[in-house]
Design a protein. Structure first.
Length: 274
């Protein structure tokens, strides 16, 4: 049985977040040897944290995409709060996965610019800046295999930056933002051509439970905002719909509801802050 799609997509980022050192200085530069050693000590292998190459393989299984139903222009505003900024970065990463897999070269540049701006705001812009021009040049020539190779290296460099990041809460919100946008995209694709087998690949209750546990430890100030309240409420309902007792019989109505819940959060992320 194929690995659930969204688990495959976001396991690499989740594995990275689990490696975040609580006491490492923010300016610490991890060498490839350090990174490999930490991953090995925590049992993170290519099987528990597949590379970005496997992400593309999984997304390929949902082609062809109803592009007009899943594409969105990058938000024009840049969030001020770190929590909202982190969620927006994760969503932009998911949009990048979608564009490259669909090979929509004209859509890549605005997402790349948005991701770079957001990443700089969160203090992890250096690895994105280092690879962005090369990626854009390869996209313009539609050298998709080369783009994939460049993104693999970008993933490695971003992972090293996250391992040196002290703000664990914000790092987890990056993963959550990417997962929510990925959930919105994947449900829209499967709703367009529904089958129970395709629906099976959408939601992993254990993964949602993980994200719910992280929302419970968020800063109370953020949790009291409209976005913070909506985030926890909708995640709880998504978990209920996709609970183990229901996961074997997800219906089209279930998928539509999950899509609407994730979409509502993603829309709220892009709204002007109070």
């Amino acid at each position: 049985m194929p690995q659930p799609l969204l688990t495959s997509i976001f396991t690499p980022l989740l594995a990275t977040l689990c490696l975040l050192p609580a006491t490492a200085p923010a300016t610490e530069k991890l060498s490839p040897t350090d990174l490999t050693q930490i991953r090995e000590e925590l049992g993170v292998t290519p099987f528990t944290a597949p590379s970005i190459g496997l992400i593309f393989t999984e997304l390929q299984d949902l082609k062809p995409f109803p592009w007009e139903k899943v594409w969105r222009l990058p938000p024009e505003t840049t969030p001020k709060s770190r929590a909202r900024l982190a969620l927006a970065i994760g969503a932009s990463i998911a949009d990048g996965f979608l564009i490259v897999t669909a090979e929509k070269s004209s859509s890549f540049e605005p997402v790349g610019r948005s991701l770079l701006k957001l990443s700089k705001g969160l203090g992890v812009g250096e690895p994105v800046t280092r690879h962005s021009q090369s990626i854009l040049e390869k996209v313009a020539r539609k050298k998709w295999d080369a783009v994939r190779t460049e993104l693999v290296q970008t993933q490695t460099d971003v992972e090293a930056s996250l391992l040196s990041l002290k703000d664990e809460e914000v790092a987890h919100l990056v993963a959550l933002g990417g997962w929510l946008r990925g959930l919105e995209i994947a449900t829209a694709i499967i709703i367009d051509s529904f089958s129970p087998e395709r629906a099976q690949r959408i939601v992993q209750p254990e993964l949602i439970g993980y994200f719910l546990s992280r929302t419970q430890t968020l800063n109370p100030r953020f949790k009291s905002t409209p976005l913070g309240s909506l985030l926890e409420k909708n995640l709880r309902e998504i978990k209920q719909i996709s609970s183990p007792s229901q996961s074997s019989k997800l219906t089209l109505s279930d998928l539509i509801r999950i899509h609407d819940l994730s979409h509502a959060i993603n829309i709220q992320v892009t709204q002007p802050e109070p």
